[in-house]
Design a binder for this molecule. Structure first.
Ligand code: FAD
Length: 803
């Protein structure tokens, strides 16, 4: 065993082996993998080995596609067969809503060059003769689905890595991780200690334990999962071709051929977790006791939909555990506060996703950036609020819903409410329908008095459409009140605060009492943040950004922080806020303060401490609605008092509550982009339309050289706004944009602009098409005409914000 390596990967399941292989491929040869037992001895050995590309997040779907296509490469390098059977696959819809979902998945796949296609039910039944087509309304064919040999794949990764210089130490358990003062880690094993600059936790079923070695409670939990293998089925035996892989959403079933029978797995609704607190170290190539009763409801559906299965006996039932994160996507990346400690866990479909996870993580470790948009699997999307019990509730919910439709307007109920702000009950009394962001409850919209505070889940416009329209009109014509505590807020202080922020962000820093908008770039010149920065007093800054990215951003801030001179603190629930927006918002503010808030005394982009009644607050003259407006921030203990004041003082001004849905509609009317939709690490500031906030007069900010190159070469893509000829469904994001019969771009967000009365969408298209006017956007399988608008449809000159 080596005593010193560049990186140690802990865990020889499919994921750890993939990470090891990809590290060698990226150029790190001095790397080792440490496995407690034999390779595959966690979840990997008993996997069904099905592979498919379906994922709600198109970026994860693309990485799944990469994984499946990778198998030829590792077979060639290792000489080890992966047992790949790419049979093609059918996704079967039994309801109209599921068909809409498939249309959406198909459309999303288009701009990622995924080649799914709808086939008639006759064609589906011809290619998969076991199905009874009367139970289905549609079928989507995917040419790259099938199955692989789990042990073959895992070993092929490991062998290919070894060919490229890596070492693999089997039957060696990591017992302790000790951070070295000079950097790096002592990886203590039962066979000796390895000093490593980097450590990767690919511990699979034991990822929590390997997390706890560095004081982390990772949000993963194992669930029991069952599949069965039937006896020989005559129709299967007689078939000249191997049976297709099939996903039948209504039965929560996946299926593929195994020998001359079928392998059938289910994600049953009554899923059962395994080892909820600790995973036993002596668990190895073991299975759990089968429980056919638990999967009986799915089997009944299977027997109806595929009558030949009922006639076949069951040869074997497998019940094994594998891990999930609260939202079902992998948990990947560097961990804040643990330099050079990386995670690659919670991978629930290692044979579909393992390659993509290995590629992204190795890029990140070797080149400093994952190289793709992996927000959906970044460990930074969780935080310390994702406790063990939270994870438990969410993972169970996710498992039970694995094959259910997640509607675009659907808020999932498990583990809620968890975080609430002080005004939660008051908002609830006003009819608020809540969503949760970063665990915090926030109002999406308000049901009218006497109406039910719940929303129909649908791909089309819901019962919220009317009330949200009323909220938007109140903002545009009078004054609206919205709680904005979900934003992230950071206090940055110390003698070096301004210089540090200036290096971190692209814009010049604001003078005292002023606000600027400032993107943040990585060294590759890609957007990794988008902030509002206010200077309250000398070297005392407040930075506001996206709430869901708080941990993601704190990880970056912490990595860039100098040892002395600057302190940054995430204010999370300490600072709560309201936005008051609309032409009468100044009148509302004026009634509550003793200072001059006229446009001359307190112009657009001002920031100041002032008392509203008895409540000490920080007030910024800014709003994301694009109207005249203010953001009022108070410490949480004043939030109810402030709320009562604002509501009382606004009563005769036509004040109305508005929620996140209305804010979304209002910002679309202004073509304002937002983090995780328009602004993501795959876009540069110029293509995202943020070039005016990049101040090249500053000589030293992260990403400057790359941003300058983007500016000089001209952006390749452009973020644009469309007015869409929609029917009863608006864009939600990820729809393909067509031009001249070809898919040329994608939508990042969409909705109905209630004030302007138009369906709107933001999205990216090639820069050379930015002069064109007519496009089409595919919504639920229909191509709708979309007209590119070069200016915001509401107040294009920004007069309202400055009035
Ligand atoms: C019944 C069943 C069916 C499945 N079907 C499919 C399918 O069809 N398609 C699909 O893509 N996925 C499927 N999966 C899921 C798939 O098995 C997992 O996604 C995958 O195995 C996860 O791999 P991993 O490397 O993250 O974890 P694991 O396989 O659990 O590997 C982790 C490894 O780390 C080692 N380890 C942990 N701690 C230490 C330590 N301290 N020191 C040294 N070594 C350590 C363990 O011994 C283990 O070998 C299925 C799972 C089950 C249970």
């Amino acid at each position: 065993m080596k005593s010193h390596v560049q990186a140690v990967v802990i865990g020889g399941g499919v994921v750890g082996c993939s990470v090891l292989y990809h590290l060698t491929k990226a150029g790190w040869r001095d790397v080792a993998l440490v496995e407690r037992d034999e390779l595959t001895s966690g979840s990997s050995w008993h996997a069904a080995g099905s592979v498919h590309t379906v994922n709600l997040d198109p970026n994860v779907a693309k990485l799944q596609q990469y994984t499946i296509n990778l198998y030829k490469e590792i077979e060639a390098i290792s000489g080890q067969s992966c047992g790949v059977h790419i049979t093609g696959g059918l996704m079967l819809a039994g309801t109209a809503a599921r068909l809409d979902w498939l249309k959406q998945a198909h459309a999303r796949g288009r701009y990622l060059e995924m080649e799914t296609q709808f086939v008639s039910l006759d064609e589906a039944a011809r290619t998969f003769p076991l199905m009874d087509k009367k139970y289905f309304v549609g079928a989507l064919y995917d040419p790259i689905e099938g199955h692989v040999d789990p042990a073959g794949v895992t070993n092929a990764y490991a062998k290919a890595a070894r060919v490229q210089g890596a070492e693999v130490y089997r039957f060696t358990r990591v017992t302790e991780l000790v951070q070295r003062r000079e950097g790096g880690w002592d990886v203590v094993t039962d066979k000796g200690t390895i000093r490593a600059e980097h450590v990767v936790n690919a511990g699979g079923l034991w990822a929590r334990e390997v997390g706890r070695m560095v004081g982390l409670e990772l949000p993963v939990l194992a669930m029991q999962h069952q599949y069965l293998i039937t006896e020989e089925i005559p129709e299967v035996k007689a078939s000249a071709k191997e049976m297709l892989h099939v996903i039948d959403f209504e039965g929560e079933i996946y299926m593929r051929q195994e020998g001359n029978g079928m392998l059938l797995g289910t994600y049953e609704r009554a899923g059962v977790p395994w080892s909820e607190q600790n995973t036993p170290w002596d668990f190895t190539h073991e299975l759990l006791a089968p429980d056919l009763d638990r999967i009986a409801p799915s089997l009944e559906v299977a027997f109806r939909h595929y009558p030949a299965l009922e006639r076949a006996g069951i040869r074997k039932v497998i019940n094994g555990p594998f891990t999930f994160a609260p939202d079902g996507n992998p948990v990947v990346g560097p961990v804040r506060g643990r330099p050079n400690y990386w995670v690659a866990c919670g991978v629930m479909a290692g044979f579909c996703q393992g390659g993509g996870v290995g590629l992204a993580l190795s890029n990140w470790m070797v080149h400093g950036d994952p190289g793709f948009d992996i927000w959906a699997m970044d460990v930074g999307r969780f935080g310390d609020w994702t406790t063990r019990a939270y994870t438990n509730a969410k993972v169970r919910e996710n498992y039970a819903r694995r094959f259910q439709i997640r509607f675009p307007n659907e808020e999932l109920p498990a583990a809620r409410p968890l975080r609430t702000s002080p005004v939660y009950d008051r908002l609830k009394q006003c009819g608020a329908v809540f969503g949760a962001a970063f665990g915090l409850e926030h109002a999406l919209w308000f049901a009218p008095a006497g109406g039910e505070a719940s929303e129909d889940i649908t791909f089309r416009r819901s019962n919220a459409h009317g009330p949200v329209g009323e909220e938007c009109r109140a903002v545009r014509h009078a004054v609206g009140l919205m709680e904005i505590s979900t934003y992230s807020k950071y206090a940055v202080t110390g003698p070096g605060a301004e210089a540090w922020l200036s290096r971190l962000l692209t814009n010049r820093m604001p003078a005292t009492g002023r606000i600027v908008l400032a993107p943040m770039l990585n060294p590759q010149g890609m957007l990794i943040g988008d902030f509002t920065v206010a200077q309250l007093a000398n070297e005392r800054f407040f930075v506001f950004g996206s709430g869901i990215a708080e941990d993601y951003h704190m990880r970056w801030f912490a990595a860039q922080l100098p040892e002395n001179g600057v302190a940054i603190r995430a204010l999370r629930s300490e600072l709560t806020g309201f936005s008051i927006a609309g032409p009468r918002s100044r009148e509302l503010l004026r009634r509550l303060v003793a200072v001059d808030v006229s446009n001359e005394a307190f112009p657009f982009l001002s920031f100041r401490a002032m008392d509203l009644g008895m409540v000490p607050a920080l007030v910024g003259r800014i709003t994301f609605t694009g109207d005249l407006g203010y953001e009022v921030w108070v410490s949480a203990d004043y939030q109810c008092a402030l709320y009562d004041l604002l509501v009382e003082a606004g009563r005769d001004l036509g004040l109305r509550h508005f929620g996140a849905r209305a804010l979304h509609a209002l910002r679309l009317e202004k073509s304002f982009g937002t983090w995780a939709r328009e602004f993501r690490p795959i876009y540069g500031p110029f293509e995202a339309g943020l070039g005016r906030f990049v101040d090249f007069r500053k000589h030293d900010f992260i990403g400057r050289d790359a941003a300058l190159k983007e500016k000089e070469a001209g952006p390749k893509r452009r973020l644009v706004t469309f007015v869409v000829d929609a029917a009863d469904a608006d864009c939600i994001g990820d729809e393909p944009v067509w031009h001249d019969g070809k898919v040329v771009g994608w939508i990042t967000s969409g909705g109905f602009g209630h004030h302007v009365g138009k369906s709107l969408a933001l999205g990216y298209i090639p820069a050379e098409l930015a002069a064109a006017d007519r496009f089409e956007i595919e919504i639920l399988g229909e191509r709708r005409t979309a007209t590119l608008t070069r200016r915001p449809v509401f107040d294009p000159d920004g007069k309202r914000m400055r009035s």
